[in-house]
Design a protein. Sequence first.
Length: 250
Amino acid sequence: MKFAEFHEGQVIEAGPYTVTEQEILQFARSYDPQWFHTDPEAAAKGPFGGLIASGWHTGGIAMKLVAQAALEGSESFASPGLAHLRWPHPVRPGDVLRVVADVLEVRRSDKRATLGILRWRWRLFNQHDTMVLDYIRETDGELAQKIMDNMFTFDDLVGVDDKAIQALLKEVQTESLVIALKGAAPELREKVFKNMSTRAGETLREELDSRGPVRVAEVEVEQKEMLKVVRRLVEEGVIVLGGGGDDQFV
């Protein structure tokens, strides 16, 4: 595609691409030699229950798909960099991947209309429509932040480290926590219980079990308030998102 063919709001899809165990091993042994990428037997006993691809390998697959679908024959010669990069879920042998590229903004050169800066978001999904890669190629930090604010959900807290959860719990009232957890995934509930004292955890379990139905709107309000606390703690440097959990293994 030529640069003139890109426009804001455009969606480009490409794939499928089937990931093999052989390529996972080959890439990881050359560029990311961590055991959960290179040793199938050890990985089977690890936290993911099997071999997973390097996150950089996953990014390379997305690059290949987009290059074949949109960049071949274009005037593209460089990228100013990435503003945001996440690997929400691991890629495993046999996964069938497809990429969805959303054009966020097209900035054309005043001197040459055929050149400019393209800002777009690439998302890679597997055969279950689970997102395994999400990144924004652009240089505008404000735009990236707006998108990231919408992408980080309450259930994403399951991926932060224990220290961050403990810091968050110190800032939240029990009543708000109970309501917020009523709509949380079981994995997140267990993570919260694990980061409380035995007595406090048991009390919270009892309150959750005894609490009757809660309106979805009420749950969403409390979850959003907790996310505001998370963002404040990040800004204050108290916690760092992405410093633990699954992010250590991709």
